[in-house]
Design a protein around this ligand. Structure first.
Ligand code: NAP
Length: 248
């Protein structure tokens, strides 16, 4: 399997971290983006190297255009990109829509929607053949929440992931002739820090036991799907929404 150079947003923890380390195991070079947790990002860099790859950590908020531009410029230190994982995302504490502030809604859509669009745009600018790129793979991390709606918990988050699904479909059609495949992975309940950040640290296990497979998933199980979509093994998959949700 060919060696690749990839950028993963939000790779300091959780699903992004697992994907970075699996990529390291294939000997790939990985730009590890994070927003605030420099020590965690540095740990991932060391783990990628220990697994056999190359890595650098890059700070940047995906909701800030200048940060996204800087992140892609710095990633070029590793070489021309073959793939980008648009993974960084946030949740918020459970609330019905009637109680949500405009500040909460704005931050949710800034990070999960604007951030995804900006990162996908920069990925496309570098990968498309008409601008000198070599083609490649863009993998967006959505959620099965896009279909379930997350009532009473976070309909804002679910809607933000609906936008990611739609971006995946449209961009796949826009970039197919440019040699760029665009797909999304839609995780279900995965045991990562994200639930504690939404003030529900036990959420993955509390709800995960009700999934058809009877448990939450692991970050590594989602990373397997991401790596497949980045790799040449998925060469005819584009515009796909791949649920990794234990049957939910
Ligand atoms: P996580 O454990 O909370 O990790 C989030 C990662 O994103 C961290 O590396 C964090 O960096 C980074 N990040 C957060 N805001 C950022 C920003 N504005 N700019 C750049 N990086 C930012 O999350 P996760 O569970 O791995 O989730 C990853 C993706 O999967 C998200 O898009 C999430 O919506 C999606 N997803 C997760 C689940 C689940 O159950 N876990 C289910 C469905 C979908 P720092 O370490 O610097 O804070």
């Amino acid at each position: 399997m060919s060696r690749k150079t990839i950028l993963i947003t939000g790779a300091s923890r959780g699903i992004g971290r697992a994907a970075a380390i699996q990529a390291g195991g294939r000997g790939w070079s990985v730009a590890v983006n994070y927003v605030g947790n420099r020590d965690a990002a540095q740990d991932v860099v060391e783990a990628v190297k220990a697994a056999g790859g190359e890595a650098i950590a890059i700070q940047g908020d995906v909701a800030v255009e200048a940060d996204v531009l800087g992140m892609f410029e710095e990633a070029a230190r590793l070489g021309p990109l073959d793939g980008v994982v648009v993974n960084a995302g946030i949740v918020a504490p459970p609330q019905p829509l009637v109680d949500m502030s405009v500040e909460r809604l704005r931050r949710m859509f800034d990070v999960n929607v604007l951030g995804a669009y900006l990162c996908a745009r920069e990925a496309a600018r570098r990968l498309v053949r008409s601008r000198g790129g070599k083609g490649g793979s863009i993998v967006l991390i959505s959620s099965v929440a896009a279909s379930l709606g997350s009532p009473g918990e976070y309909v804002d988050y679910a809607g933000s992931k609906g936008a990611v699904d739609t971006l995946t479909k449209g961009l796949a059609k826009e970039l197919g002739a440019e040699g760029v495949r665009v797909n999304a992975v839609r995780p279900g309940l995965i045991d990562t820090d994200i639930h504690a950040s939404g003030l529900q640290p036990d959420r993955a296990w509390r709800l995960g036991v009700n999934a058809p497979l009877g448990r939450p998933g692991t970050a590594d199980e989602v990373a397997e799907a991401i790596l497949w979509l980045l790799s040449d093994a998925s060469s005819y998959a584009s515009g796909t929404l791949l649920d990794v949700s234990g049957g939910r």
